[in-house]
Design a protein around this ligand. Structure first.
Ligand SMILES: Cc1cc2nc3c(=O)[nH]c(=O)nc-3n(C[C@H](O)[C@H](O)[C@H](O)COP(=O)(O)OP(=O)(O)OC[C@H]3O[C@@H](n4cnc5c(N)ncnc54)[C@H](O)[C@@H]3O)c2cc1C
Length: 175
């Protein structure tokens, strides 16, 4: 017998599982296929870092390149909000902890870059502050004395890469 689907998702990493879950939740009849196993590749092997600040490489490429990269900030903000509600929506723990993330500077040039970056990110609505060493000592006293300053984004944190995609996959099956 031939079965028909509204959507066939190829790849059961986090992105495929999320796509399948969202479509099924919204009423679509979905098939998720993977050549190996759900979460076997990058989604199950990564550091689980929820990072919403611009990456260093985006700012090191110059101010114009940073401004172009910052145009994706609405997606970063959506992602931050989505991670914050996802455990409730999925109904399982995903190991989400949004307790803040730091990007550090080891010299004056990097401090200048972080300050420029923070201002650009704030203009797009991301809450980022540049902490000097004294402020940093209160937040992360364990950091090397070589660190002069850091940008803190309170929305950043971690998810558990070992459990996130399989949990979303189960939610897709349930939906
Ligand atoms: C070492 C490392 C550290 C990382 N750290 C972070 C981090 O801290 N934070 C962060 O946000 N991101 C991080 N990333 C990136 C993140 O892991 C990926 O962006 C994310 O997992 C991609 O998800 P995905 O579902 O697209 O891909 P994958 O998890 O790779 O899933 C793709 C799936 O597609 C399947 N597939 C491929 N081809 C076919 C085919 N022809 N037919 C059927 N199935 C197929 C594969 O078997 C696989 O299961 C890191 C990546 C790596 C490698």
């Amino acid at each position: 017998m031939t079965e028909r689907y509204d959507l066939v998702v190829v790849g059961g990493g986090l992105l495929g599982c999320l796509t399948a879950w969202m479509a099924a939740r919204d009423g679509a009849h979905v098939l998720l296929v993977d050549k190996d196993q759900v979460n076997q590749h990058a989604s199950g092997q990564n550091a689980g870092s929820l990072h919403f600040q611009l990456e260093y490489r985006m700012v090191e490429a110059g101010e114009e390149a940073a401004r172009v990269a910052a145009e994706a900030m609405p997606l970063h903000l959506d992602a931050a909000a989505m991670w914050a509600r996802m455990e409730d929506e999925i109904g399982e723990p995903l190991g989400v902890r949004q307790t803040g993330g730091l990007m550090v500077a080891e010299n004056a040039d990097q401090v200048g870059m972080l300050e420029f970056k923070a201002e650009l990110e704030r203009s797009w609505g991301l809450d980022v502050r540049t902490l000097d060493r004294t402020e940093l000592d209160a937040v992360a006293p364990y950091l090397s004395r070589n660190i002069l300053a850091a940008n803190l984004s309170a929305l950043e944190g971690k998810a558990d890469a070992r459990i996130a995609a399989p949990a979303v996959g189960r939610a897709a099956v349930a939906a």
